[in-house]
Design a protein around this ligand. Structure first.
Ligand code: ADP
Ligand code: 5GP
Length: 192
């Protein structure tokens, strides 16, 4: 298949708790021809998550073997012993099928993917209205313990400083408004 027929890449990055999973799920349900890039991850599966759908869950050793095999486009140790990475095979499979690839990755990973794919990729930063709101959302989500939430908040402060390097920033305050904005920027990008 020629490069022209290959799918484009849509990257969602944000500090944890800003709402990217919510917005990614919405975009996936609202538009055709999109497929989610399932990442590899070495963290424990949360209740409600499915292996192969949310992540390819694996041990730290298995993850490190894949690093050595050169299977990742990018990977990060996002939190200690929590490795996450984008599999080359996953991205190529989706692009070759003509679908557009949607990513939910951390801020560094998002910028790395953008650097590799340039104009074929749209890098979207989801910004929380404030750090305090972010904390409240993580507490309400109820998936992480207190220590984990503190780690995520500390990282969030650093991540916010990268927002300006993204193609688009969407502030996720009013969820319906954020959904409309996300829909519009993705639609415009795919129609270009
Ligand atoms: P992320 O994937 O960035 O970690 P999530 O999508 O899991 O974030 O959202 C974190 C929590 O905040 C979830 O419980 C979600 O339902 C909630 N949430 C997302 N967007 C909003 C919003 N605009 N207003 C209030 N709560 C929200
Ligand atoms: P969570 O544990 O909340 O599912 O994800 C933690 C963080 O890891 C989130 O910011 C998420 O976007 C990020 N992440 C998920 N998959 C990848 C990936 O393949 N690469 C990178 N760099 N980050 C990822």
């Amino acid at each position: 298949m020629s490069t022209a027929n290959k799918g484009k890449l849509i990257i969602f990055s944000a500090p944890s708790g800003a709402g990217k999973t919510t917005l990614v799920k919405y975009i996936m349900s609202a538009m055709d021809d999109l497929a989610f890039s399932v990442s590899a991850a070495s963290r424990k599966k949360r209740p409600g998550e499915t292996d192969g759908k949310d992540y390819y869950f694996m041990t730290v050793d298995e993850f490190k073997q894949k690093i050595r095999n050169g299977e990742f486009i990018e990977w990060e140790e996002v939190y200690k012993d929590h490795f996450y990475g984008t599999l080359r095979s996953e991205v190529e499979r989706i692009r070759n099928s003509g679908k557009h690839v949607v990513f939910d990755v951390d801020v560094k990973g998002g910028l790395n993917i953008k650097k590799i794919y340039g104009d074929d990729a749209l890098a979207i930063f989801i910004k929380p209205p404030s750090i305090e709101t972010l904390k409240q959302r993580l507490i309400q989500r109820g998936t992480d313990d207190r220590k984990e939430i503190e780690t995520r908040i500390a990282k969030a402060e650093r991540e916010l400083s990268y927002a300006g390097q993204f193609d688009v920033i969407i502030v996720n305050d009013d969820l319906e408004k954020a959904k409309r904005e996300a829909y519009k920027v993705v639609k415009d990008f795919l129609n270009k």
